[in-house]
Design a protein around this ligand. Sequence first.
Ligand SMILES: *Cc1c(COP(=O)(O)O)cnc(C)c1O
Length: 488
Amino acid sequence: MRSHLLNDTTAESYRRSVTEGIERVAAKLATTTRPFTGVTVDALSPRIDEIDLDKPLLDTAAVLDELEDVYLRDAVYFHHPRYLAHLNCPVVIPAVLGEAILSAVNSSLDTWDQSAGGTLIERKLIDWTTARIGLGPVADGVFTSGGTQSNLQALLLAREEAKPARDGWEGPAAFTALRIFASEVSHFSVKKSAKLLGLSPDAVVSIPVDHDKRMQTVALARELERCRREGLVPMAVVATAGTTDFGSIDPLPEIAELCEQYGTWMHVDAAYGCGLLASVKYRDRIDGIERADSVTVDYHKSFFQPVSSSAVLVRDASTLRHATYHAEYLNPRRMVQERIPNQVDKSLQTTRRFDALKLWMTLRVMGADGVGQLFDEVCDLAAEGWKLLAADPRFDVVVAPSLSTLVFRYIPASVTDPAEIDRANLYARKALFASGDAVVAGTKVQGRHYLKFTLLNPETTVEDMSVVLDLIAGHAEQYLGESLDRAS
Ligand SMILES: *Cc1c(COP(=O)(O)O)cnc(C)c1O
């Protein structure tokens, strides 16, 4: 069994084995004609259930054959131009190469003595990102597992910074007074974080959005004022730069003004909109982000990086101390004096992947403009899609895109019952998924079911969008036709 350990004596076997796997994936990518096969849970479960994990196949080729059957054949393929659903992106080759390297070397970024150069590479990428944001000379941050974790960490720092606002209050008692302000279309991880941070159930104040799904700053000002009047503590405002559902960007400069006025921590959740940090054409859409106290970025959404690759950035490096704990075995306090850079001092995780390497490879091979251009292309594509939808009487489209998302619904000429229209749209999404021809997402707008394109693939064309819209209309029509039959 030692022959499976990766070391000096097995380098050749490593090369062969990994190449074999890469060949399978490459063949798959080259021949995939649909984003999905439409396989059902019921069809796939028995194939996985019947595998006895206590009876290994002992042969890589045989395991890869089996994997074809239980995974590769029916996986959802994000590189396909008709995958238009979630914020999971097609990935760039330099990043996939980085992934292969980082797992083979297997650095762990918690301490210098498990990482060495990896630590410095991560730090340089953090500095690169904070400079792009414009966070100033004492900014810092750390890579995380995703936007959810970045938001949690940012709000932890905000909570700790806000606590002294109530003199004499300690621990959970102080938490009950804390309030977070986020728009009604902010990410659910804000509420989840509030719960994890021990805040009261009504800690997150939902701020209404305007017609373009941007936070209404008049409402924010009113709620901040009410908070102060009631003797509560405005712990943080979470501005979203690219909402998950609409790609809308909250008015960052106005929000920054209000945060300054009320002494409130400004967190910008740019999990999606961070792609504009590299944009050649549209960087100005996130102007004001430089005034944040903390920022969430998901490179695995708009920098074409494989899952996971994300970071939380802060204006003031010293605030990261709220995540610092020392262990004698790992990162004893004396190492701080010795100026040994242990990233665990800044992180919620301990053992941590060298995800930064993927972004490093990407920037070194393609350059920031290269990545930014790809994101610009999907933003341009969304603008084209908006025109397509706005001109098509079969569809109602919600907001003009600020990034690369389109939310719309099929509206049949013959049917006026909104519940029936809901059902037709739900059916169309399901039927499309089951056909595997394309994958789209869904969401609710003012209580009604809508469909969603999240465009992250520069290979998607206007023609693809047009074909998928026809498919949606076809499925919805079929549902309504059958529904008429049922009624008669
Ligand atoms: C996706 C997303 C998140 C969560 O990020 P994960 O990487 O999925 O954990 C947070 N905020 C926004 C606005 C998002 O779009």
